[in-house]
Design a protein around this ligand. Structure first.
Ligand SMILES: Nc1ncnc2c1ncn2[C@@H]1O[C@H](COP(=O)(O)OP(=O)(O)OP(=O)(O)O)[C@@H](O)[C@H]1O
Ligand SMILES: Cc1cn([C@H]2C[C@H](O)[C@@H](COP(=O)(O)O)O2)c(=O)[nH]c1=O
Length: 209
């Protein structure tokens, strides 16, 4: 029996980490073995790459895309695939679609380039369901200001035009793959958004019955 692989995607500060925690707790409460993880990160090597990518001065565009793909490769091989193979569900805060939106669409690499890296690095693993959270930029900014008090990392600190492009790229991906993506308006309370998350995941839970 293989587990299910769920990813949470969207721009900065839309509530992915909050919803990841609520979802994992809800699945565990239903008796479904489930782990939470994140990208870039999730294994010691990938967390080390995360620090290089986000805490330093940044990289040239191709090096940046390769580093995200390398972190993902280690994460998939050492954590995600083994968990799925033993039947555990995996909830991942960001995955491939972040690379497609940030480095592919908004960056210089393009979608084909990101997908080639993913085919080589992670054998093309795709999630069973991807939840795309959307929020007007001003609301996301207010949440980030309250959380981070003006401090942001090497990618979060890119300008509004870049982040607008990221949001458009995510929307295009969701439009192209409606069988995998569910878009969720993230402007309600955490509990209201969580209700929509459960609605989106219910079909996967029903496959267990
Ligand atoms: N539905 C919500 N309503 C109001 N505030 C929220 C909501 N969801 C999350 N927050 C708050 O907004 C901030 C950002 O949320 P969170 O860290 O979950 O977002 P994120 O998408 O994971 O951010 P990042 O892209 O930086 O990783 C946090 O302080 C969190 O407590
Ligand atoms: C996986 C992934 C992430 N990013 C960017 C998006 C964010 O700016 C950071 C991650 O920070 P968070 O607080 O954990 O959301 O990294 C990216 O550009 N490409 C990717 O593949």
């Amino acid at each position: 029996m293989t587990g299910r692989f769920i990813t949470l995607e969207g721009g900065e500060g839309v509530g992915k980490s909050t919803q990841s925690r609520l979802l994992v707790d809800a699945l565990n409460a239903r008796g479904i073995d489930c782990i939470a993880t994140r990208e870039p990160g999730g294994t010691p090597g990938a967390e080390a790459i995360r620090s290089l990518l986000l805490d330093g001065d940044g990289f040239a565009p191709r090096a940046e895309a390769l580093l995200f793909a390398a972190a993902r490769s280690d994460h998939v091989e050492r954590l995600i695939r083994p968990a799925l193979e033993r039947g555990s569900w995996v909830v991942c805060d960001r995955f491939l679609d972040s690379s497609r939106a940030y480095q592919g669409g908004a960056g210089a690499i393009g979608d084909d380039g990101i997908m080639q890296l993913h085919a080589l690095g992670s054998n093309g693993l795709l999630p069973d369901r991807t939840l795309l959270f959307t929020l007007p930029p001003a609301e996301a900014k207010a949440r980030l200001d309250a959380r981070d008090r003006g401090v942001s990392d090497a990618i979060g600190s890119r300008g509004d035009a870049y982040h607008d492009d990221v949001a458009r790229s995510f929307a295009r991906l969701a439009e192209r793959e409606p069988e995998r993506f569910v878009t969720i308006a993230a402007g309600g309370s955490p509990q209201e958004v969580h209700t929509e998350v459960l609605r989106a995941i219910e079909p996967l839970i029903e496959t267990l019955a």
